[in-house]
Write a protein that binds this ligand. Structure first.
Ligand SMILES: [Fe+2]
Ligand SMILES: [Fe+2]
Length: 183
């Protein structure tokens, strides 16, 4: 598999989780309640799988390889980096509002929903841009050997950042939550 193929696969999992998040927010809106275990899992997924691991692979390995292959840093790559930052700010705000909510401040649910909706629409369009523009450029600019090298680097990031079994655990979480919220 190409390195960009691995990232596209991860985008697939992330998009499912965004759909789950949307349903969790609908439930929060209609019932005023949130399943703590499910939401804790979603937040961990956003912080670890999406940011530490997926964005780590893009920022530390893919984007520098694209710059080295002649794709200007100030074009689409700068936009992608900026959107990663905006996404991080949304996740931090969701986390903070959720802490307040679980501590008893029910009015924080509005903040959770607002930040979650901002994050969901940002990430959906971010993923579409990567899939249809940046990764297409990557596939035409990177040699097969470079893609192989990146793939190996990605495996190492995964091992170092989240450990071997954790990636599978996240896939199990996506599967479980999608059965609960999306079937
Ligand atoms: Fe990205
Ligand atoms: Fe991505």
């Amino acid at each position: 598999m190409k390195a960009t193929g691995q990232l596209r696969d991860e985008h697939g999992g992330i998009k499912v989780m965004l759909d789950v998040m949307e349903k969790v927010c609908d439930t929060l809106k209609t019932t005023g309640g949130i399943d703590r275990e499910h939401f804790d899992g979603i937040l961990e997924f956003l912080k670890v799988f999406v940011d530490k691991c997926h964005h780590g692979k893009e920022e530390e390995l893919l984007f520098p390889a694209l710059v080295a292959a002649g794709i200007p840093e100030k074009g689409p790559i700068a936009v992608m980096l900026y959107e990663h930052e905006v996404g991080r700010a949304h996740v931090a705000a969701i986390s903070q509002a959720y802490d307040e909510f679980t501590a008893g401040d029910r009015s924080s649910s509005r903040q959770i929903m607002q930040e979650a909706h901002g994050y969901i629409s940002l990430l959906r369009s971010h993923i579409d841009k990567e899939n249809t523009i940046l990764f297409v450029m990557a596939d035409s600019h990177l040699s097969e050997q470079k893609q192989d090298e990146l793939f190996e680097g990605f495996e190492k990031i995964e091992e170092d950042r989240i450990g071997l079994g954790k990636h599978e655990e996240f896939h199990g979480l996506i599967h479980n939550l999608s059965r609960i919220y999306l079937d």
